[in-house]
Structures are given as structure tokens and as C-alpha cells.
Design a protein around this ligand. Sequence first.
Ligand code: 2RA
Length: 340
Amino acid sequence: MGYKVAVVGATGNVGREMLNILAERQFPVDQIVAVASRRSLGTQVSFGDKTLTTKDLDTFDFSGWDIALFAVGSEATKKYAPLAARAGCLVIDNSSLYRYDPAVPLIVPEVNPEAIKGYAKKMIIANPNCSTAQMVVALKPLHDRARIKRVVVSTYQSVSGSGKDAIDELWNQTKGMYVPGQEVAPSVYPKQIAFNVIPHIDVFLEDGSTKEEWKMVAETKKIVDKSIKVTATCVRVPVFVGHSEAINIEFEEHLDEDEARDILREAPGVMVIDKRESGGYVTPVECVGDYATFISRIRQDSTIDNGINLWCVSDNLRKGAALNAVQIAELYGREILKKG
Ligand code: 2RA
């Protein structure tokens, strides 16, 4: 006995990864359907060794379907997620639309699985922003041991977070730097991304921060603990896949680096690779395709009483989006539907 699962936005980077991960993890499906916008109608996508032909979201009937993994923009989510929910199909939404709605659980299964209890309020569960998901997997076990007061995080976010056009722009701009006359002007980003970094992700807010930085603050508070102070600087870097983060953590109680490392080694979803030698740490190219949140460079911050610094890397299309959504579906199946 399995589930009837729809992947909505199946032709995008995240939608395709959702299908890959559902197959990799042998998620118990009785039936699976790839759904996409009319312009992608008929596109074929892979589900393990099977090929699915996308159906039209505009006419798709969610009645009788158990779970719909949504990987479309907020506009399409706003139009179609309520239809699915009203048809009794649980929506797990990767857009930011419902993340801050108090009636909608925002879940990272390694961190706040108990939040699944709130699913029935709207039959919608929100997936966090990619840069938040990997960070809270590391923060939660440390917070449980020594209570976090404040987090200062700088992110180094890959272009796949902006979608397929951004991946193409980085590739073509980089090639254009070597092939005379093939220069590629910035279009997805306001400035050149090849061999450059851009300290701006999403829109600017009144206080000078960006919405991406605001998301990390708001979502960490909702998922882990609203008392934690977070300040973030989110930067786009010329990397195709894999977000990296330099995280400084101040605790209420003392926590030494060895104990922090031992805690993280045992933490769900975390892989510690931390040797104080050349190459003894993880870089984004090494995380691609993996499920783990990798942690390196764990060390005391001696400038404050109870401080730890660490380096956090994860595949933003997986733990940052598709994997977390599938893990929420697994949690829903185990805890609520209890079949399969
Ligand atoms: C980004 N976190 O990296 C945002 C959305 N995926 O662009």
C-alpha cells in the first residue's frame, strides 16, 4: 500500500530533483504524476528508470491524490495549492508563499518533526528556504545542548538557487571571458557573476537587508526558537550547485569545540569533515548529489565568552529543497497516513 503522489513543477531544477529523490529513497508510491505549466505540457521527465510525460497543471484534478510536492513560484502556488488542499491532497510547498503563515507548519524533519501535527489546518506544509534548511540542521543539536543566543551567518550561494537561466548565464559568461567577441552581458543578475561575487539575493528591504537575509532570520526563529537572534549576509557566488555558509554562534552556556564536534558528529543529517590540514574541509563541488549537511572548520571563537565558528555546505537543490520536501512527505506518511 503506497501513496498517490503528484510533483508539480516537475520540469524545473527542484521538481526534477524531487522525482530523483523519491525514486532513490524508494518512496512508497502507488501512482506518481508529473505536473507542469501548459508551456511544458508533454515534456518527459525521469522517475527512476521510468519516464513520465507531464500533465497540464491548469486542468489537473487533485481529487484522490495523497500528496502534492509543489516546486513552482509563489504565483502558481497561490492559484493551485488551495485547490489541491481543498481536494484533500496534502501540499508540501517549496515556494516562500506559506512559510510565514502561523497556520502553516514550516518543517525541517531533523529539527522540528513535531510540527507535522499542524498539517490539517490548511493541508499545506511549507519547505524552508535552501539557505535556512542546511543551517538549522547544524544549529538544532547545538541549541539543545547549550542554547543559542545569537547567530551571525555569511552565505556563499550557488547560481542554481536562481534557476536554469542563471546556470546558463554563469556558464556562458565564463566561456565568454576566454573567447573574444563572445562576452555575455549580465541579465539574470545585476552584475557579472563569472569570476565575481554579488552581495544581493532577492529584493532590498527598508533596513538595507535583503529578503533572502530576512528569510534566514524569520525561518530560523519559526523552526528552531524564536529567541535566537540572527543576522545574515547572503552572497551569490560563481558556483553551479551547493550553498556554503560561514556561521558564528554565541551560546548562553560554554561549549567547547571538541564537544561541539562530537554533538554534530551524532546529529541527524550532518556529516562532519573537519581536519585542520590542507583539504581537511568540505567545498561545494564535493556536496553535489549528497543528502548531508556537511560541517567543517569547527573552532572556538575566543573573541566572545561562549562562541563557536563553523563552515556549513550542502546541495541546495537537495537538502535545501527537494530532499527536505521528500523527507516531509515521508514524515507525513509515517505519522499521519500510516500506510506504506
Ligand atoms: C536562492 N535561496 O538561492 C534562494 C532561492 N532558492 O536564490
